[in-house]
Ligand binder design. Structure first.
Ligand code: ATP
Ligand code: MG
Length: 426
């Protein structure tokens, strides 16, 4: 019988903390259990209260342990927030042999990574975008090709040191080792985008409670990303202030009667609200939509600015996939389609074994992606390594390369180096 290989994804969100346990020993990942607890120690995706966050992490993980029957020691945690930035870089190497080898690729990647990163920032991911061999661009796998000059073009994702350190501190104080720290849109994309969407130029919008992540995927990799500090909590606050009701009543109204656009609501429809003090009032349902519409339009204006920047990079966009809890607001997808002038679909995790119906919701895209993210790359890396040995037919050299360049075989979207530096700085 196969030994289980367990991975645990921990999404430390502004409104909830969710731990998902997956068995990744088979050909496909299987979800074994999960735990969720409300999050009170974060604002706009960033830890502002360590003790509250540690408590919520413990609760979520304990619940995940109980539902999966597995003792959790190490977790893969997601990070987001407006401090995340992306930059492009490239590095060149001359080829030593006639054919490109793993070590040539490693040297070109190392040279691309040699960019100035301010002390207060840390590298999260180094994502290969393409290789250029003797002027020929668009190469995704140069190994075994002939040439004299290899250039690697990479997308480097960085984050501010202190929010990252505080997140790690919370996980460690809760008693868990952090095996991986992953930029959240990469994880969400894993759970909701199809391979075709990732190839053809798709924008993923993750509308959470405190942040909205906008990420463009093209040719299989993340090409642009930005985090906007507005999310579903702002909708709730607007309703609470506009109707003079409590935040919990506003949250309930938003989910049951809210709409992104006032025309989506019939003029005759009525709703009941409970005001502070306990009095019940009957009002037109339209009132909630009238409050929410300007906020939705504001978010879409900010998203449009980000999409303009993507188009400025010369990348054609085929469509938009919306995920995250706040994307469930009634009519949000239709408004998105109208404002962004792009086809829009809702993204829910779905195709994973053992996925319970409660987890088939845009709220859990990030946590499920985190639990399966590293695993899927390992599978791809293994397949890639097999191809290299087959192509070259020189097994010994490949084995030597693989050992020497173990990092390189974490071929796509994996964090490199950054976490170690971060740990040593603490
Ligand atoms: N049916 C619904 N209609 C409208 N909004 C909803 C619905 N369900 C959940 N939400 C909103 O989704 C938000 C939470 O989404 P999510 O769980 O993705 O956020 P998070 O991961 O905790 O936060 P972040 O990613 O910003 O750190 C809340 O603001 C909640 O009110
Ligand atoms: Mg989130």
């Amino acid at each position: 019988m196969n030994r289980q290989h367990i991975t645990v994804g921990l999404d430390v969100g502004t409104t909830k903390i969710c731990a998902v346990v997956a068995d990744t020993s088979g050909k496909t990942a299987e979800i074994l259990g999960f735990g969720v607890s409300p999050s009170t120690g974060l604002r706009k995706g960033i830890v502002i209260n360590i003790d509250a966050t540690v408590d919520s992490i413990k609760k979520a993980v304990r619940e995940a342990e109980a539902s999966s029957g597995i003792k959790i020691k190490s977790i893969s945690v997601g990070i987001s927030g407006a401090h995340i930035r992306g930059l492009y870089s490239s590095g060149v190497t001359g080829l030593r042999g006639k054919e490109v080898s793993g070590s040539d690729v490693k040297r070109s990647m190392d040279s691309a990574k040699a960019v100035y990163i301010p002390l207060e920032r840390e590298v999260l991911h180094v994502i290969p975008v393409e290789y250029v061999l003797d002027g020929q661009d668009g190469i995704t796998d140069p190994i075994g090709m002939s040439g004299v000059r290899l250039e690697a073009r990479v997308h480097i994702i960085t984050g501010a040191v202190s929010p990252m350190q505080n997140l790690l501190k919370c996980c460690e104080k809760a008693g868990f080792e952090v095996s991986d720290i992953v930029f959240e849109p990469l994880a969400s994309a894993h759970a909701v985008l199809t391979d075709e969407e990732r190839e053809s130029g798709t924008i993923l919008i993750d509308l959470g409670g405190g942040t909205t992540d906008v990420a463009l995927f093209k040719d299989g990799s993340l090409r642009y990303a930005s985090v906007i500090g507005v999310g579903g909590n702002h909708f709730t606050n607007d309703i609470a202030v506009g109707l003079r009701i409590t935040a919990s009543e506003a949250e309930k109204l938003k989910k049951t009667t809210g709409a992104a656009y006032e025309r989506f609501v019939d003029d005759a429809e009525q709703m009941e609200i409970i005001q502070a003090g306990g009095q019940t009032r009957t009002l037109p349902r339209k009132y909630v939509a009238e409050i929410l519409q300007p906020r939705c339009e504001e978010i879409f204006e900010l998203i449009k600015e980000e999409i303009k920047k993507c188009r400025g990079c010369g990348i054609a966009i085929c469509g938009v996939v919306m995920t995250g809890g706040a994307s469930q607001l009634n009519g949000f997808d239709k408004l998105a389609e109208a404002v962004l002038a792009l086809p829009v679909r809702s993204g829910c995790p779905g195709h994973i074994n053992g996925l319970k119906s409660e987890l088939r919701s845009p709220v859990y895209s990030t946590s499920i992606g985190l639990a399966t993210y590293g695993y899927e790359h390992e599978v791809k890396d293994a397949a890639y390594a097999g191809k290299v040995s087959g192509l070259l037919g020189i097994l010994t050299e490949w084995a030597r390369d693989k050992i020497r360049n173990a990092d390189y075989f974490n071929f796509n979207n994996r964090k490199e180096g950054g976490m170690l530096c971060l740990k040593s700085r603490r």
